[in-house]
Design a protein around this ligand. Structure first.
Ligand code: GDP
Ligand code: MN
Length: 372
C-alpha cells in the first residue's frame, strides 16, 4: 500500500551502516539522560547495556545520570564501565526536587495521602516522590547545570529496552529536519491524575492570546466540545477535562519515558512561562499531573506540527507497552500496528522494518489505545 500521507516519514527506512553514519557527520551537541535511584542499579545497567548495543557503541554520546540523592560508588562504577562515551553522575539541587515555596508541604502531603487512599486511587498519586519527579521533569530538569552545554537530550529510564538497532544519528536527523520533539508511543492519560490540567493550560493559551492551531485542535475531542447549556443538561458541566470554553482534551499524550527533544525549546520563555503558570496552580501536588501530558500539551500549544517527529522506526519497550516496527514493509507502519501489550506468546524474533536484525513483536491484536 502507498504510504499514508498523514504519517510522519521515518528518518531511515533501511538498515544503514552505523559506522558510516557516525563517520559521515559530526556529533550534535547532545546527551542521553537517565534519572535513576541507587536501588535501580540492575535495571539501569540493563538499559544502558541495551542502548550501547543498539546505538551508542557507534556514536558514543555522553550519558548523564541524575538523582535526587548522591549516587553510590557502586552505581557509578558499574554504569560508567558500561558506557562507551563519557558519563556524568549528578545530584539534583535540593531546590529543584521538592515542594516549591508557594506550596504548603503539610497541605500537599495531606492531599497526596488522599490521592493514594481514595476509592478511585490515583495512579502513583499516593507517592510524594513521584509528584516531585513529575514536577522535576516538567520544569527544573531543563535548567540542570550539567545540561547547559547541550542542545539535545534523549531520555532513558531504567528498564526500558530498544529492540532494533538505531543505525543513524537521531540528533543529526532531528536537527537537519528542523524538529523539536520526538516520541515513540502515544496513549490516553488516566483521567483522575489531572482533572484541571487542560483547563489550566487553556487559560494560559487565552491569556497569551495563542490561537487554537490545528495541532492544538488535534488534542480536542470534538464530540465533547459542546456548549455550556448542553453540558449542564448532560451533567458534564465542571467535570473532567473541559476548558472554560467547553473544549475537552481527548487525554492523548506522548509517553515521556522516551523523548528526543530540543532543550532550547524547553528552556525558552514560552515553555518556562507555561511551567510557571502550571506550577502556581498547584496541580503537581494537589492533583498528580504527569510530565508526559505537560510536555505533550506544551508541544501542541507552542510548536507547529512539523516540529514533532514520531520515531516509528524505533523498536521500543516500556512496561506494559511497546512500539514495534517489525513486519512493516519499507519501514512504514501499518495503521494500528504501532502499539501493543507485550505478552510472552506474541514475542518473537523477526526481521525489522529497517532491515536490521530486530527482536520484535508480531502484533496481531488491534490496540485501541493506539497512536492518538
Ligand atoms: P513510571 O514509568 O511512570 O512508572 O515511573 P518510573 O518509576 O519509571 O519513574 C520515572 C523516572 O523517574 C525513572 O527514570 C525513575 O528512575 C525516576 N524516578 C522516579 N522516582 C524517583 C525518585 O524518587 N528518585 C530518583 N532519583 N528517580 C526517580
Ligand atoms: Mn518508567
Amino acid at each position: 500500500p502507498p504510504p499514508r500521507k498523514d504519517l510522519d516519514t521515518p528518518f531511515a527506512t533501511q538498515c544503514l551502516d552505523p559506522t558510516l553514519s557516525a563517520a559521515s557527520h559530526p556529533r550534535e551537541s547532545a546527551a542521553l539522560v537517565m534519572l535513576a535511584r541507587n536501588s535501580e542499579l540492575v535495571s539501569a545497567l540493563e538499559t544502558i547495556r541495551n542502548i550501547e548495543e543498539k546505538f551508542n557503541q557507534w556514536f558514543q554520546y555522553p550519558i548523564i545520570f541524575l538523582n535526587n540523592e548522591p549516587f553510590s560508588s557502586e552505581f557509578k562504577s558499574s554504569l560508567s564501565a558500561a558506557v562507551s562515551g563519557p558519563t556524568f553522575f549528578e545530584t539534583i539541587p535540593a531546590a529543584d526536587w521538592g515542594f516549591p515555596s508557594h506550596i504548603s508541604p503539610s497541605a500537599a502531603r495531606k492531599s497526596i495521602k488522599q490521592q493514594g487512599e481514595r476509592k478511585d486511587k490515583v495512579w502513583n498519586g499516593g507517592k510524594e516522590s513521584y509528584h516531585h519527579m513529575c514536577r522535576f521533569y516538567s520544569g527544573p530538569f531543563y535548567h540542570q547545570e550539567v545540561l547547559k552545554k547541550y542542545k539535545w537530550y534523549w531520555r532513558l529510564e531504567p528498564g526500558v529496552k530498544f529492540t532494533c538497532a538505531v543505525t543513524y544519528d537521531p540528533f543529526v536527523q532531528m536537527a537537519s529536519h528542523n524538529k523539536s520533539y520526538g516520541y515513540t508511543i502515544a496513549l490516553w492519560e488516566e483521567p483522575n491524575t489531572c482533572p484541571n490540567l487542560f483547563r489550566t493550560v487553556d487559560t494560559f493559551r487565552t491569556e497569551q492570546h495563542i490561537p487554537r492551531s490545528p495541532q492544538w485542535n488535534a488534542l480536542i475531542d470534538p464530540e465533547l466540545s459542546v456548549p455550556a447549556p448542553v453540558r449542564w443538561v448532560k451533567g458534564l458541566l465542571g467535570k473532567g477535562h473541559h476548558a472554560e470554553n467547553g473544549d475537552r482534551w481527548n487525554l492523548c499524550h506522548y509517553w515521556s519515558n522516551f523523548e528526543i527533544a530540543d532543550l532550547d525549546f524547553f528552556r525558552g520563555k514560552p515553555y518556562q512561562d507555561l511551567f510557571t503558570h502550571l506550577d502556581k496552580q498547584g496541580g503537581f501536588y494537589f492533583e498528580r499531573w504527569g510530565d508526559a501530558p505537560v510536555h505533550s500539551l506544551a508541544v501542541h500549544l507552542l510548536l507547529e506540527k512539523e516540529k514533532l517527529h514520531h520515531f516509528s522506526d524505533m523498536g521500543y519497550h516500556h512496561e506494559p507497552f511497546f512500539q514495534c516496527p517489525g513486519n512493516a514493509p519499507g519501514g512504514q507502519l501499518p495503521e494500528n500496528k504501532a502499539l501493543g501489550r507485550m505478552t510472552g506468546r506474541e514475542s518473537r524474533e523477526s526481521e525489522g522494518a529497517i532491515g536490521c536484525r530486530c527482536e520484535c513483536i508480531d502484533q496481531r491484536r488491534r490496540n485501541n489505545r493506539g497512536i492518538c
